[in-house]
Design a protein around this ligand. Structure first.
Ligand code: AMP
Length: 193
């Protein structure tokens, strides 16, 4: 029986890194809408060109676009041990659509995990690196905008999931292997390793 997970967390929390580790170790498939949109943008498809403008402005791509991409993947992939949704859903409409898509397949979201980071500390890291490299860093403003956008949608999507059950949190500020161990503990796998 498939076990489907949502990795929920702000930019730079390591969602993608951790999703790839769990994917490799346990046969999950990571579905990252950010990666899919970047692939489309790099390929210069109509969808990609439209998405690039929106992404550059730090806005959300329309729900129907990301929902369509996720559905397309689920229709065309062989059923894995479970999906890890990374960067999706970002709106309640997306969360509802995801529930419906899974229900059609006799599945559901089995676990939502929140990766937590200290925003100030992450911004300081980027600032420090910029100073050391002797450059001004536009990334800092972009990062602040992305954190603000995250807070905004997290305030809507997390309550949607909390109404359905526990949303365990993992400390994303720890080294990568320690974060993986925390995730494995929540999943109840590989705890002796
Ligand atoms: P990410 O790599 O997940 O941070 O996504 C990069 C950008 O892609 C975001 O800032 C959005 O513009 C867009 N994007 C990714 N996933 C979604 C989503 N689920 N809903 C709307 N826009 C998205």
């Amino acid at each position: 029986m498939a076990f489907n997970i949502v990795f929920f967390g702000p930019p730079a929390a390591g969602k993608g890194t951790q999703a790839k580790i769990i994917e490799e170790k346990y046969g999950y498939v990571q579905l990252s809408t950010g990666d899919m949109l970047r692939t489309q943008a790099a390929a210069g498809t109509d969808l990609g060109v439209m998405a690039r403008d929106i992404m550059n402005q730090g806005k959300l791509v329309p729900d129907e676009v990301v929902i369509g991409m996720i559905e397309h993947c689920m229709d065309n992939l062989e059923q894995p041990a479970g999906y890890i949704f990374d960067g999706f859903p970002r709106t309640v409409a997306q969360a509802e659509a995801l529930d419906a898509m899974l229900a059609k397949r006799g599945q559901k979201i089995d676990l939502v995990m929140e990766l937590k980071v200290d925003e100030d500390q992450l911004i300081k890291r980027v600032e420090k690196r910029a100073k050391e490299e002797g450059r001004l860093d536009d990334n800092i403003e972009a990062m602040k905008t992305r954190f603000a956008q995250y807070r905004d949608y997290a305030a809507k999507v997390l309550p949607y999931y909390r109404a359905q059950g526990d949303v365990p949190a993992v400390d994303g500020m720890r080294p990568i292997d320690e974060v993986t161990m925390q995730i494995e503990a929540v999943l109840g796998v590989n705890q002796a390793a």
